[in-house]
Each structure stands twice: as C-alpha cells, then as structure tokens.
Design a protein around this ligand. Structure first.
Ligand SMILES: C[S@@+](CC[C@H](N)C(=O)[O-])C[C@H]1O[C@@H](n2cnc3c(N)ncnc32)[C@H](O)[C@@H]1O
Length: 253
C-alpha cells in the first residue's frame, strides 16, 4: 500500500480515536449519522431488509463498536465476523461483546476491509454489510472486489451510506464534500461509479433507494456537531443538502 493510503488510514484511526467517546455520548451504540430517533427501529429495519435468518454467517465491514452486530446476534442464531481499522473501537466492542456474553457468536478483529481475503475464506458469507462504513473506503472498487470473493453464490451485499449529490452548482457541492471528507476522514462515494463496479462484478441489483425507516431529522447529527465542534457550515443560512443517503442491496450471482 502506498504512503498516501497509509496516512489516510491513520487519519481514519485518529478520527475514531478522538471522537468515539463523543459519538457514544449521542448515540446508543450504532455510530451512524442518518438514523432513527429510536436506534432499535433502525437496527430492526436492517435486520429485516437484509433477510437475516438463523444459521447464517455475516460479515460486518467497518463495525464501529459492534452496536449493530450485537443487536443482530441477540435476534438470531447467527455467526458474525466483524472488522474495524480502529483499535480504539475494537477495545470497546470486545468489552460490549463480553458484557452480553456473545463471544461465541461475534468475532471482532482489527484489520483493513480493503483486504478481506487476508482475514477470511472465500465463498463463506451469506451477508456482508457496510453501515456508513463504505464511505471511508480509499478504493471503493477494491473494497467491492474483496467483498464479492467472500460472499457465497446468492449471498447479499448491503451498503447504506451517503453519496455525493448531483446539483447544477457542482462547485458548491464539491466544496462541502471536500470539507466533509477532511473533517470525517471520509471519501464521499459516487453512486454511478459504485453501480458500475457492482455491475462489472456481475452483482444482481436488488434495490437502490432510501432506507425505509423514519429518520430523526438530523437531530443527533446536529448534537454531535455541537459537542465535537465539527461544523461543515458557518451558519444555518449556508446549509444545503450535498449528499443523498442510499441503501444498495445487491446479490452475488
Ligand atoms: C461511521 S462508522 C460506522 C460504524 C458501524 N458500522 C456502526 O453502524 O456503528 C465507520 C466505521 O468504519 C470503520 N472503517 C473505516 N475504514 C476502515 C477500513 N479501511 N477497514 C476497516 N474498518 C474501517 C471505522 O473505523 C468505523 O468503525
């Protein structure tokens, strides 16, 4: 991996080292910006839309403190492998898994999700999911290639994330996107590039759309912004929507 990519991964680690405790002051356990006021409603939604069933093996790519993984593992008799680049979050995740007695169902490791094949076996997972984690990817094409090799035939890939908006004034969009990428160690993805990669990998496209749970209107995200002092806009008059939230549901053929 190049030096540039290495330093970008360090930026992601630093972001979560510096801000995980602030995120956890605002949310219960799922570190996501687009969310429902009631976290369980949102996690239930993912569980159902991904079609999680007992006996399945799941991979949580960019697992945070394993909030979603713990919720899913309590709901069904499943095995979850979880990977995260942030050692700060891994430590918290391990404590939580222990607290809930889920060590036999969730296996969390510190690693880079661009190279899943270095940690896991091919054709092994029923579901791989990225919950607001795909957008940190330094190379989205590589990320998807790595994921497809690990999925079983017929396995499901679920991505929920922000994608850069297309507006007439792209200069304005690009300016805020750049700031977002810097402040959140993100790499705001392009929907069309992502779909192109998925189609070239021969995924069946099942759904591209907005996640169908009622969101909190950005209240918690604003609370995080106040506490962390990370602001993308100087004042309210400047604010506009520069990204769309989408869920992508695709199946390996
Ligand atoms: C916004 S948080 C979402 C966390 C989790 N999915 C949740 O819903 O609580 C993004 C996560 O992706 C992880 N991440 C970012 N880049 C990664 C990489 N290259 N490999 C593994 N994890 C990564 C971060 O450390 C963080 O845990």
């Amino acid at each position: 991996m190049g030096i540039n990519k290495k330093s970008k991964l360090e930026e992601i680690k630093k972001h979560y080292h510096d801000y995980t405790s602030t995120y956890l002051e605002v949310v219960d356990s799922a570190i996501q910006s687009h969310r429902s006021a009631n976290e369980e409603l949102m996690l239930d939604y993912y569980f159902n839309v991904m079609g999680v069933k007992s006996g399945m093996k799941l991979l949580d790519a960019g697992c945070g403190v394993c909030g979603p993984a713990i919720y899913f593992a309590k709901e069904a008799d499943i095995i979850i492998d979880a990977i995260n680049i942030s050692d700060t979050q891994i430590e918290i995740a391990k404590h939580k898994i222990e607290e809930f007695g889920l060590e036999n169902k969730i296996n969390v490791i510190c690693g880079d999700y661009h190279f899943l094949e270095n940690y896991y076996s091919e054709n092994d997972f029923d579901i791989i999911y990225f919950l607001e984690a795909y957008g940190h990817g330094l190379n989205h094409k590589k990320l998807l290639e790595s994921s497809v090799s690990l999925l079983k035939k017929g396995g499901l890939l679920y991505i929920k994330d922000y994608f850069q908006k297309d507006l007439k004034d792209m200069k304005r969009v690009n300016k805020v996107a750049k700031l977002m990428n810097k402040n959140f160690a993100y790499n705001l993805p392009c929907l069309y590039d992502t779909i192109g990669h998925l189609r070239r990998l021969n995924f069946e496209i099942v759904k591209i759309g907005k996640p169908e749970f009622v969101d909190d209107g950005g209240i918690m995200s604003a609370e995080f912004s106040d506490k962390s002092k990370i602001k993308l806009f100087q004042d309210e008059n400047e604010m506009f929507s520069y990204a769309d939230i989408f869920e992508l549901i695709v199946r390996k053929q």
